[in-house]
Design a protein around this ligand. Structure first.
Ligand code: SF4
Length: 207
C-alpha cells in the first residue's frame, strides 16, 4: 500500500496509544484539508513509499499500541491491502480506527468485497468529507459537524472518556525533520511559529 507516514506510537489519533498510518492518495479535494501533500496518488515527496502488509504487521507487533489508526489521504482508496492489514491487526489483538472522507452509506453502496472486508475489520469509523464551513472542535478527533463517529463493533464504549477528552497536538523532532500530528486546527499556527526556520511536516486527522 502507498503510505505517506507512519507514527508507531501516538496518543493523538484515536483512543489510547495508536500505530498510525497515513496513506498516500485521496480522490477528494475538501477545502481546508489539513494534509494536502497526501492527496496525489503518485506523489514523489520524501517519505512516501510502498509497504507490504507483512512489513506493516511486523512494525505493529513490535509496538505497544493498543490499536491501529488509518488516515491520510483516503484509506478506502486502497481497501484490499488495508483490509488485510486491518484483519492482521485484529488478529494481533489490536483495535482498528479509520478516518475516511466517504460516508458510511457511500461505502456500503459500493457493494465491493474489499470495502466490506475493511469495514468488517474496523472498530471505529469517522466518516464524511471535511467541511470547513462546519468546522468544529467540540468532539474529539472530529473536524467538522457533518462527520460522524460510528461504532462498528462492541470493542469501544461510546462513553469511553478517551473519546471525549480534549484534542491535542504532538510535535516530534527527528534528525532531519519535524512532524506535527493530532489536532492541527488549534495548535499548528503556534507550533509553526515555534518551529520557524526548521523543516516541518504537519500531519493531522486526514478527513
Ligand atoms: S480532508 Fe480527508 S477526504 Fe478531504 S481531501 Fe483531505 S484527506 Fe481527502
Amino acid at each position: 500500500m502507498r503510505v505517506a507516514q507512519i507514527i508507531r506510537e501516538t496518543d493523538a489519533e484515536g483512543p489510547g496509544c495508536r500505530f498510525a498510518v497515513w496513506v498516500q492518495g485521496c480522490p477528494m479535494r475538501c477545502r481546508g484539508c489539513c494534509n494536502p501533500t497526501m492527496l496525489l496518488e503518485n506523489s514523489e515527496l520524501p517519505g512516501v513509499r510502498w509497504y507490504g502488509v507483512a512489513e506493516l504487521l511486523r512494525g505493529l507487533a513490535e509496538s505497544a499500541a493498543e490499536g491501529v489508526t488509518l488516515l491520510g489521504g483516503e484509506p478506502f482508496a486502497q481497501p484490499a491491502a488495508l483490509a488485510r492489514f486491518a484483519e492482521g491487526a485484529q488478529g494481533l489483538g489490536r483495535s482498528v480506527m479509520i478516518f475516511t472522507g466517504f460516508t458510511l452509506a457511500e461505502l456500503r453502496a459500493r457493494r465491493d468485497p474489499a470495502t466490506e472486508a475493511l469495514l468488517s475489520a474496523t472498530d471505529l469509523l469517522v466518516d464524511g468529507r471535511y467541511d470547513d464551513t462546519q468546522r468544529s472542535t467540540d468532539r474529539r478527533f472530529i473536524g467538522s459537524a457533518n462527520q460522524v463517529l460510528h461504532f462498528l463493533s462492541s470493542r469501544y464504549d461510546p462513553l469511553d472518556p478517551r473519546l471525549h477528552t480534549q484534542n491535542h497536538l504532538e510535535i516530534r523532532v527527528r534528525r532531519d525533520h519535524i512532524t506535527l500530528n493530532g489536532w492541527p486546527i488549534a495548535g499548528v499556527g503556534t507550533a509553526q511559529r515555534l518551529l520557524d526556520g526548521a523543516a516541518r511536516r504537519p500531519r493531522g486527522q486526514g478527513s
